[in-house]
Design a binder for this molecule. Structure first.
Ligand code: ZN
Length: 412
């Protein structure tokens, strides 16, 4: 069994040509697990065929990372070493195309102190952030997945290793539209055209708020930021104009709502995996834009802890529209990986919003974006509210109401 060489080739090509859209003469930075070295070679070759000047590989290992966190001191892990910084300086100079292959075991960090994890990432990000900001919007990047055995076994614990990996492969290839008898590049063109058309339509409507209703108890209104854009599918590198697709798969059209301005109850339709633990059958009620109560059949304490992580954790940073026909939804299982799970159906996220949705957002600081209504927090946690009977109305400033979603999918 296993996936055919031809399909793997198609997938690697899709990631490089359609996802990252590697341009002639560009440097590529490929981040990939040591376990996926054979696929790394395929992707590397595709990059060179696309005209890459040089492909640099950043090898990762979730096992190694886990050991570091179990044994090394927090202060040691929190320090960004001079050679790491030199690498980032080089990145600002090269503006490389970045390709990230996700394959981590969802349970890799089980047993690691979550406080240690967040403190290390917090102090490292103070050093890393200026470099990130310097390349933001100025380079192409893509995240795509490759199934590892441990990830596949997490999704399908009852299957043996090979069967689990095969099943996860089947699902991944379905969601990224890679099939034996079809040209995935053409399939993606149609898909991204569709998403862009919908995003354009939403932007033209000028909705000031959205109202959600479904039979499961969801009854919710959220205000939008005037002038904030709905975005989806692709992005454009502002330096060279190259169109790229940051997430493969991608089904969502999203924006950041006005932080602190929503009312009502949202009922989740899928389990939520947070810090390697599950929160199931839950709802969250908002007043004056903040989550004031929550109820979960499983993981109540965890959910409460999440919402209390910091000032912004109780407010929304994202609303996203995904029709229920999404191939991720059709797969019908939890991937334990946001790249997939957030593309199942309509969702919102608690925590940090996206400043890019504001006019000239790329050039704003987080603080300036916050003044305009984009939420800020150390968390960004998506949860799914796209019930099969979900209706969403868009409301214009003059009160006109337009159907956006009917029965879990686009009204028209
Ligand atoms: Zn999203």
């Amino acid at each position: 069994m296993g996936i055919s060489k031809a399909l793997l080739q198609k997938y690697a090509e899709l990631i490089v040509r359609t996802g990252a859209n590697v341009q002639h003469g560009q440097v590529v930075q490929l981040t990939v697990s040591v376990e996926q070295h054979a696929f790394a070679a395929l992707v590397t070759e595709e990059c060179y065929k696309a005209g890459a000047k040089k492909v640099n590989v950043e090898w990762s290992s979730d096992t190694q990372r886990r050991l570091n966190f179990l044994y090394a001191d927090q202060e040691v892990l929190a320090r960004v070493l001079p050679w790491e910084e030199a690498k980032m300086k080089q990145m600002v100079e090269d503006l490389p195309c970045r390709i990230y292959i996700a394959s981590d075991d969802p349970d890799a960090m089980n047993g690691v102190d979550p406080h240690k994890l967040s403190e290390v990432s917090r102090s490292r990000s103070t050093v890393i952030k200026p470099y990130r900001n310097a390349i933001d919007g100025k380079h192409q990047w893509v995240i795509a997945a490759y199934p590892s055995v441990r990830w596949a076994k997490k999704c399908f614990p009852d299957l043996d290793d090979q069967a689990a990996v095969d099943k996860l492969w089947e699902a991944i290839l379905k969601t990224v539209r890679v099939r034996e008898d079809e040209d995935p590049v053409q399939a993606w063109k149609e898909h991204t055209d569709f998403i862009e058309k919908k995003a354009e339509w939403l932007n033209a409507q000028g909705f000031s708020s959205l109202r959600y209703k479904s039979m499961n108890g969801t009854d919710f209104t959220v205000r939008l930021i005037p002038g904030a854009k709905w975005e989806g599918a692709g992005a454009v590198n502002s330096v060279n104009g190259a169109f790229y697709i940051p997430n493969m798969p991608t089904e969502e059209i999203f924006t950041s709502p006005m932080a602190g301005e929503c009312e009502g109850t949202l009922v989740s339709v899928k389990p939520l995996s947070w810090n390697s633990q599950l929160i199931e059958d839950f709802s969250i009620t908002f007043e004056n834009g903040r989550a004031v109560s929550c109820k979960a059949a499983k993981g109540q304490e965890l959910l409460e802890k999440m919402i209390a992580m910091d000032e912004g954790a109780a407010m929304l940073g994202e609303v996203a529209l995904v029709p229920k026909e999404s191939p991720v939804n059709q797969c019908g299982f939890l991937f334990y990986e946001t790249l997939f799970d957030e593309n199942a159906c309509c969702h919102v996220a608690l925590g940090m919003g996206f400043k890019e949705v504001l006019p000239d957002g790329d050039n704003l600081t987080q603080e300036q974006a916050k003044e305009q209504g984009v939420n800020d927090s150390i968390i960004h946690v998506d949860f799914m509210v796209g019930a099969d009977d979900l209706n969403i109305d868009g409301i214009r400033p003059d009160g006109t109401t337009i159907p956006v979603f009917r029965n879990g999918t686009w009204a028209e």
